[in-house]
Design a binder for this molecule. Structure first.
Ligand code: BJW
Length: 231
């Protein structure tokens, strides 16, 4: 294994940022119990009512800016800084709390995109920008008024999949933190890593949908169990 080939792949989900005040999706009181995901997190929902979708994400952007990394984000950043190139974070989270906790940006792959980036739904130009979105704003590249947050909705293809699957096939250890294991393709990563020979560990509040595929599990709040695992 060369230095730039990670030996640990860490998949993170909404549970990691829950104690930073950002809501999860499927827990009691989670986002998908408050709004219909078909309305706000699909290309069809955006086509039907773009103003509604943009208002939903403008509010999420504000919440994200106000949130702070918690001890679990900081512990993962310490691990990465202690072992440069050895631990790759693959996050489903669209917040930037890994980076703000000190994780090297090149070692964090945002497979479901980022709230602080904007995408033109017409020409696919993507750029750093978290100013409020509206249907009146035009794309800086093509001028068309079709801007949206650069996040991956249901039915769209997640980012960085080639690099992620290559890392899963080479890693010695796969760790899943704060994710329900309900959403594909991320839900299949544990089986993929395991089939390629990795040990597997789940750190979550409760057993996830894929719980039987993990060699070991620790249940509890991320801010407690992640620093303990890293130490
Ligand atoms: C704590 C905690 C604490 C709480 N400490 N833990 C039928 C079968 C299989 C697949 C499909 C199917 N029908 C359709 C599909 C595909 C679909 C899919 O998976 N659907 C399922 C729902 C069935 N997937 C897609 O469409 C994806 N694209 C795709 O498949 O493309 C095709 C393709 C793939 C590969 C190659 C080529 C083509 C895209 C999925 C996009 C998901 N987007 C969202 C929204 C992003 C933008 C936004 O934020 O608004 O991503 S949905 C939402 O779910 C978000 C999350 O990243 C994602 C995962 O959620 P996560 O992180 O797991 O959160 P929760 O809430 O579910 O779980 C939190 C967990 O934390 C819980 O277990 C808690 O207990 C725990 N927890 N507090 C520790 N303090």
């Amino acid at each position: 294994m060369t230095q730039d080939e990670p030996s640990i792949v860490i998949l993170t989900g909404a549970g990691l940022s829950a104690e930073s005040g950002l809501g999860t999706f499927r827990d009691a009181g989670g986002l998908w119990t408050q709004v219909r995901l078909e309305d706000v997190a699909t290309p069809e929902g955006f086509a039907r009512d773009p103003e509604r979708v943009l208002a939903f994400y403008n509010a999420r952007r504000e919440n994200c800016r106000a949130a702070q990394p918690n001890p679990a984000h900081r512990a993962l950043a310490r691990l990465q800084r202690a072992r440069p190139g050895a631990a790759l974070i693959v996050t489903q989270n669209v917040d930037d709390l890994h980076e703000r906790a000190g994780s090297p940006p090149a070692e964090v792959l945002h497979m479901h995109g980022r709230l602080d980036r904007t995408l033109c739904n017409f020409c696919r130009h993507a750029f750093d920008d978290d100013a409020p979105l509206s249907t009146a704003r035009g794309c800086p590249a093509c001028g068309v008024q079709a801007l949206r947050p650069d996040v991956v909705w249901f039915g769209e293809v997640p980012y960085h999949l080639e690099r992620i699957f290559a890392a899963l096939e080479r890693c010695d250890l796969f760790v899943s933190i704060g994710t329900s294991g309900e959403v594909h393709p991320a839900a299949g990563f544990v089986a993929h890593a395991r089939a390629a020979g990795a040990r597997t560990l789940e750190l979550n509040l409760e057993p996830s949908a894929g719980a039987r595929l993990f060699d070991k599990a620790v249940h509890g709040p991320a801010s407690r169990i992640v620093p303990k695992w890293v130490a």
